[in-house]
Design a protein around this ligand. Structure first.
Ligand code: ADP
Ligand code: MG
Length: 559
């Protein structure tokens, strides 16, 4: 039986597309600039195969012109242009992508930069414009055509005039309504900032006539108006540049320009991966804790670019929670985008990139710890707590990855040390890794429970962060050594094999102890004579899993 073709209510389809694909209107500019860049790229690719066609980079650009009086915004390019048929096919058929066809016809594979693929981006112009006029002259033709549409009602095509090859997209910007303002799309600064945000790394110049005031020549206090054509995009993304050409300052400037933070980054990572997954990334470890870092408001994530075009501002899937402090961007050519190009399909590539990034961050931190200790300690002050949360969360699934990045204050060194450093200094007869929890190092240093351990010459880790003991409980052991709180009943120290003194001594003071217990009225489970104290008359110790400090924290937590 002959199959019937689906028909579509094209008017409704177009309306749906215009109004529901994109979450933000400003995206229209990204789409039109991407198309212009594709059009120039096509000339470039043709020139590779055609000796007659010389591609002189200086002749190719994209220009944005806003006319407030006429309320028009024009995007012009010196790209390949469209014939009458191409206008008909590419702009008259929804979901038809001339660019995708071009890629297929020319068998462009790796390293291609052509952005278009879905055949819908162009229509985003109708989010901000009542009328869209396209005047185009194709490469190799001296005829120009005008395509015009007011949206859902269809379009017209007629002969037109154009002096040079390329395309002008002229949008009649919608009037403001009570709820929606469109004026901003005629404002120089706004247009500039949209270009910077999404299209900064388009490889051809995006030009704009910029007005301003400047000091008059030869005068200190007189100013003159000027208007000049400026290129507003940076074109070559820093991550495609050669690492050897870049200075620490270049990375710092990038950090500042991108507003990743107001501080100076402690460290940057420049990754160019071309193994199983191809991507470039520039990542930063900030110096200071962002003010909202340890709150629910903080959003982790990296900027995600596909082929130099911004797709997502904060792609959370690229960073595990314990590295949520990392800032920066990732650019990859082989992501499967969804139709709005604002999100990704569930993507194997993305998972691979995330995994790769995670191990790069880990090694960067590890080498910082090894070679730049002071810097690492600064980092740890700002974000160590997050690493400890990382050890504790997911039932300790990441403890292997994170345990060597932890630091705790040492009684012996009087500064933060790693678990490895602690264990490597342990005398042979020391069974446990000892720790003491409390509010501050000063208070811990005076804690009676530490006396016996310190007297034995053993080192104690001082835990002053409420997460410390929880994280350690999740680790359970480090290099086969168990952790032991100095306030636990059995310290495993020979001299007092059992903390409590002999039964006899207990017996002697039995009455006294019972009276003490009665006075303390249910606040303690028992009163015993102890050998662990030297200069203090009394201390508290625990027998169960929970230390006194942990109990305090658990009690303070909201239910
Ligand atoms: P996509 O870019 O995903 O292919 P669009 O809806 O943005 O979809 O554009 C549809 C097609 O129209 C493009 O594939 C291209 O063939 C053509 N086109 C759009 N803008 C231009 C332009 N400025 N110059 C040349 N061709 C263009
Ligand atoms: Mg497009």
């Amino acid at each position: 039986m002959a199959k019937k073709q689906f028909k579509a209510e094209s008017k409704r389809l177009l309306e749906m597309m215009i109004n529901s694909i994109y979450t933000q209107r400003e995206i229209f500019l990204r789409e039109l600039i991407s198309n212009a860049s594709d059009a120039i790229d096509k000339i470039y690719y043709k020139s590779l195969a055609d000796d007659q066609l010389v591609f002189d980079k200086d002749n190719y650009y994209i220009k944005i012109t806003a006319d407030k009086d006429k309320r028009t915004l024009t995007i012009s390019d010196t790209g390949i242009g469209m014939t009458k048929e191409e206008l008909e096919n590419n702009l008259g058929v929804i979901a038809k992508s001339g660019s995708l066809a071009f890629k297929q016809e020319n068998e462009l594979k790796d390293g291609h930069n052509i952005i278009g693929q879905f055949g819908v981006g162009f229509y985003s112009a109708f989010m901000v414009a009542d009328v869209v006029t396209v005047i185009s002259r194709a490469l190799g033709s001296d005829e120009a055509y005008k395509w015009e549409s007011e949206g859902a009602d269809g379009y017209t095509i007629e002969p037109s005039e154009k002096a040079t090859v390329g395309t002008d997209i002229i949008m009649k910007i919608k009037p403001n309504t009570e709820d929606d303002r469109y004026d901003e799309f005629l404002e120089e600064y706004r247009l500039k900032s949209i270009v910077k945000k999404y299209s900064d790394f388009i490889r051809y110049p995006i030009k704009m006539d910029v007005k301003g005031k400047r000091p008059k020549e030869g005068s200190d206090n007189e100013f003159e108006d000027y208007e000049e054509e400026q290129t507003i995009n940076s074109m070559v993304p820093i991550w495609r540049k050669n690492k050897s050409e870049l200075t620490a300052e270049d990375y710092e400037n990038f950090y500042r320009e991108k507003r990743y933070g107001f501080d100076k980054p402690l460290k940057h990572l420049h990754i160019s991966a071309d193994g199983a997954v191809v991507y470039n990334a520039i990542l930063f470890i900030p110096e200071n804790t962002p003010f909202d870092y340890y709150t629910k408001e903080y959003e982790k994530g990296l900027e995600l670019y596909s082929n130099g075009v911004l797709i997502m501002n904060k792609c959370a899937d690229l960073l595990p929670d314990y590295f949520s402090f990392v800032k920066g961007m990732v650019d990859s050519e082989d992501l499967s985008l969804n139709i709005s190009r604002e999100m990704l399909q569930h993507d194997r590539q993305l998972t691979l990139i995330a995994k790769n990034i995670k191990s790069k961050i880990k090694s960067a931190l590890q080498s910082m710890l090894k070679d730049e200790r002071e810097k690492y300690e600064t980092f740890y002050k700002a974000f160590g707590r997050q690493l400890k949360f990382g050890v504790y969360s997911d039932y300790g699934a990441n403890k292997e990855l994170l345990q060597d990045l932890l630091l705790f204050h040492s009684s012996k060194e009087k500064k933060p040390v790693t678990l490895d450093e602690y264990v490597s200094r342990m005398p042979e007869d020391q069974k446990y890794i000892y720790y003491a929890s409390g509010d501050s190092i000063e208070r811990l240093e005076k804690l009676p429970q530490t006396e016996l351990v310190l007297d034995k010459g053993y080192e104690i880790l001082y835990f002053t962060d409420d997460i410390d003991e929880f994280a350690i409980k999740m680790l359970m052991t480090y290099k086969e050594k168990e952790f032991k709180s100095v306030s636990s009943g059995d310290l495993g120290i020979e001299a007092d094999a059992n903390d409590s003194a002999s039964e006899a001594e207990d017996g002697d003071s039995k009455e006294l102890f019972e009276r003490m217990k009665a006075i303390l009225d249910g606040k303690v489970t028992g009163v015993k004579a102890s050998k662990r104290l030297k200069s203090h008359p009394v201390c508290l110790s625990t027998e169960g899993e929970l230390s006194i400090e942990m109990e305090k924290i658990l009690k303070a937590m909201p239910n």
